[in-house]
Design a protein around this ligand. Structure first.
Ligand code: HEC
Length: 127
């Protein structure tokens, strides 16, 4: 007797596909502090700007040099609604008459950027 054992072996092919899903977590939430908002600077930064822009030749925080002391300026303008705008324009354009007859020369953007101008005005008014 012959038993025919038919072994039917079907190779079980398993195709495994590994799909790797790389979850890209884009940390795109750059917390950019708006330049339109207050860019408060400290004394050190203000001094840097004053040196770079040449303000330091005529201004000191609490001493009158060629120009008024910044404390004097702050005292004169503090509390006024348009103080920041008035000072920004005066620094940019220059002028005389507020403290005496010696004029402040204009400070063009090439010497003082808009950002630095704004920062300086806020800093002066904080004195
Ligand atoms: C050559 C000297 C000189 C330089 C440089 C100079 N200033 Fe002045 N600044 C003056 C004089 C003088 C006055 C007073 C003008 C007046 O009496 O109206 C003045 C006034 C000011 C005032 C007060 C304005 C007001 O109407 O109350 C501010 C603020 C000021 N300067 C900031 C600056 C800054 C910031 C810089 C640098 C970017 C600068 N100044 C550069 C001479 C100077």
């Amino acid at each position: 007797m012959r038993v025919l054992g038919v072994s039917y072996s079907k190779p079980n092919q398993e195709v495994r596909m590994k799909i790797r899903v790389a979850a890209l977590s884009v940390a795109g939430a750059f917390a950019l502090s708006s330049f339109a908002a207050s860019a408060a600077i400290d004394d050190k930064k203000a001094q840097e700007i004053m040196t770079k822009a040449g303000c330091a030749a005529c201004h000191h925080v609490d001493k009158k040099l060629v120009g008024p002391a910044y404390k004097e300026v702050a005292k004169k303008h503090k509390g006024k609604k348009d103080a920041a705008a008035v000072l920004a324009k005066k620094i940019r354009d220059g002028g005389a008459g507020a403290y005496g007859q010696i004029p402040m020369p204009p400070n063009p953007p090439a010497r003082l950027s808009d950002t630095d101008l704004k920062a300086m005005v806020e800093w002066v008014l904080s004195k």
